[in-house]
Design a protein around this ligand. Structure first.
Ligand SMILES: *[C@@H]1O[C@H](CO)[C@@H](O)[C@H](O)[C@H]1NC(C)=O
Ligand SMILES: *[C@@H]1O[C@H](CO)[C@@H](O)[C@H](O)[C@H]1NC(C)=O
Ligand SMILES: *[C@@H]1O[C@H](CO)[C@@H](O)[C@H](O)[C@H]1NC(C)=O
Ligand SMILES: *[C@@H]1O[C@H](CO)[C@@H](O)[C@H](O)[C@H]1NC(C)=O
Ligand SMILES: *[C@@H]1O[C@H](CO)[C@@H](O)[C@H](O)[C@H]1NC(C)=O
Ligand SMILES: *[C@@H]1O[C@H](CO)[C@@H](O)[C@H](O)[C@H]1NC(C)=O
Ligand SMILES: *[C@@H]1O[C@H](CO)[C@@H](O)[C@H](O)[C@H]1NC(C)=O
Ligand SMILES: *[C@@H]1O[C@H](CO)[C@@H](O)[C@H](O)[C@H]1NC(C)=O
Length: 428
């Protein structure tokens, strides 16, 4: 009789322990931490958070992956600071921060926020976002104290913003992995550039531009395919707090991601339930013309032609020009500013880069032409806003860089180029 209470306790302990295993938690609090080998699973079983070793590496990283595709790691906490053994622990520290500790209890990674949190809780959401909040009932996005979506790795998930928090100056952008075995920051970044008034999507290698979209014109980014939009939709937010964009899935069951891979390619992938693999739906840059400024200044890059580089109307090859490696083009004759120059419409292109430009969002196209015409250094102009028939005035001064022809389903734009009246008739 005396042993009964003990076995009762023991049995119920086993019972509750197995319940815990069956229903993996989606959150941690200061009382609960995650050891290497344990994981959090989001409530609808979409994402899992825990420790992993990528590829052939033995290093341990804290990351988030798809439950149904564990090799697809969508976020890494300590990407540049691996743990060398399996003694890592994720917990919430006394000051309410998420901290990743090594076996020597030194901090390997931290959410590093500086607010006082009374009842901190960190939850893995079904969107793949890992969020820290004060008190479970304050679980809406404006109350997140920290979120993994603000610190992207190499993957943009639906609902995850890239771009700028204009209040704090925080820029969210993708950074490629170094290799399949090493998630540390690679050479490539994918950024939402707002340096020149209108956003462009740019792939950089270090500080060098490798490829760019045309500027956002209120409807699309020039040269970016519209085909993925059958599955997901691009959402742009511009207000005084932020300038950013994200993808929203039309068809919720579709599991998709956009990844900047180790070779600097942006890949859109969709999960195929039948094959249990990712299908590649699109990747960029897709051809030679996508390489930034491939043909040099004042050219049009046209993959359907050989050679692919051609001078803009009114320009001739400069002295170092050769057909396989263009060094760009210069004006063939000086423009006759006394009325011999006109504008010619170049259609179906990606607009030149915004290097020396001026923008007036309230001008009409007609006013824009008059303004450009009246200024000798204005080389081209176009509407900045394609919504509702077009408005706004975007003018270029100096050389025109990185113009290419674009297939019709890829968001084409038009530009009005200053030429001599006698040279009208350019086409690519
Ligand atoms: C934490 O943030 C402070 C200031 O915001 C910064 O100086 C410090 O380097 C950060 N520490 C870590 C470990 O990121
Ligand atoms: C959590 O927040 C709610 C509403 O803001 C409040 O009523 C509740 O007392 C808080 N709980 C704790 C444990 O702080
Ligand atoms: C968020 O908090 C509200 C209010 O406490 C609660 O009803 C709801 O279930 C919570 N949602 C999640 C996803 O935890
Ligand atoms: C990156 O993506 C491109 C295009 O999909 C592919 O050809 C290339 O092999 C990928 N690179 C790596 C390292 O996976
Ligand atoms: C063109 O220029 C490139 C780089 O300067 C050079 O490698 C190539 O041989 C040249 N091609 C011709 C046909 O001159
Ligand atoms: C933009 O154009 C409008 C109409 O021509 C003009 O009134 C306004 O001053 C211009 N704004 C700037 C900043 O130049
Ligand atoms: C032409 O436009 C440029 C750039 O906006 C400006 O610096 C320059 O003063 C203008 N020139 C004239 C004659 O208006
Ligand atoms: C673009 O044009 C649309 C329709 O005319 C207008 O609603 C929108 O505010 C404009 N956007 C900007 C940035 O001016």
């Amino acid at each position: 009789m005396k042993s009964l209470p003990f076995s009762y306790c023991f049995i119920s302990f086993i019972f509750f322990a197995s319940i815990n295993l069956l229903l993996a938690a989606d959150n941690i609090t200061p009382d609960v931490s995650i050891q290497d080998g344990e994981t959090l699973i989001s409530s609808a079983q979409r994402f899992e958070l825990g420790f992993f070793s990528p590829g052939n590496s033995k290093n341990r990283y804290l990351g988030i992956w798809y439950k149904k595709s564990p090799e697809t790691v969508v976020w890494v906490a300590n990407r540049n600071n691996p743990i060398l053994d399996s003694n890592g622990v994720l917990s919430i520290s006394e000051n309410g921060n998420l901290v990743l500790l090594s076996n020597t209890k030194s901090i390997v990674w931290s959410s590093n926020i500086s607010v006082n949190v009374e009842n901190p809780v960190a939850q893995l959401l079904d969107t793949g976002n890992f969020v820290l909040m004060d008190n479970f009932s304050r679980n809406s996005s404006e109350n997140y104290l920290w979120q993994s979506f603000d610190y992207p790795s190499d993957i943009q998930l639906p609902g995850m913003k890239l771009g700028w928090n204009l209040k704090t100056g925080l820029e969210r952008y993708l950074t490629s992995w170094k290799s399949a075995d090493d998630p540390s920051s690679g050479d490539f970044t994918f950024r939402f550039d707002i340096n020149y008034f209108l956003p462009e999507l740019v792939i950089y290698r270090g500080s060098m531009k490798m490829a760019r979209s045309g500027p956002w014109n209120g409807v699309f980014f020039g040269g970016v395919p519209s085909s993925p939009s059958l599955i997901f939709q691009l959402v742009m937010v511009h207000n005084q707090d932020e300038y950013s964009y994200w993808y929203e899935s039309f068809n919720n069951p579709v599991v998709m991601l956009a990844k900047l891979n180790q070779s600097g390619m942006k890949q859109w992938q969709i999960w195929n339930e039948r094959s249990h693999k990712w299908d590649l739906v699109y990747s960029a840059p897709e051809d030679e013309c996508r390489h930034y400024g491939h043909c040099g200044a004042n050219t049009v890059c046209c993959v359907k032609k050989t050679p692919i580089c051609e001078c803009l109307k009114g320009f001739k090859p400069n002295s170092q020009y050769n057909q396989t490696s263009s060094k760009g083009c210069v004006r063939s004759s000086s423009l006759d500013w006394e009325g011999g120059d006109r504008f010619t419409k170049v259609e179906g292109i990606k607009l030149p880069d915004l290097i020396d430009v001026s923008l007036n969002e309230s001008m009409s196209l007609k006013e824009c032409q008059a303004k450009c015409f009246s200024n000798c250094s204005c080389t081209a102009y176009t509407n900045s806003n394609a919504t509702g028939g077009g408005s706004g005035c975007l003018m270029w001064f100096g050389d025109l860089i990185d113009i290419r022809t674009v297939a019709e389903n890829r968001g084409t734009q038009d530009i009005y180029l200053r030429v001599l009246a006698s040279e009208l008739g350019y086409s690519c």
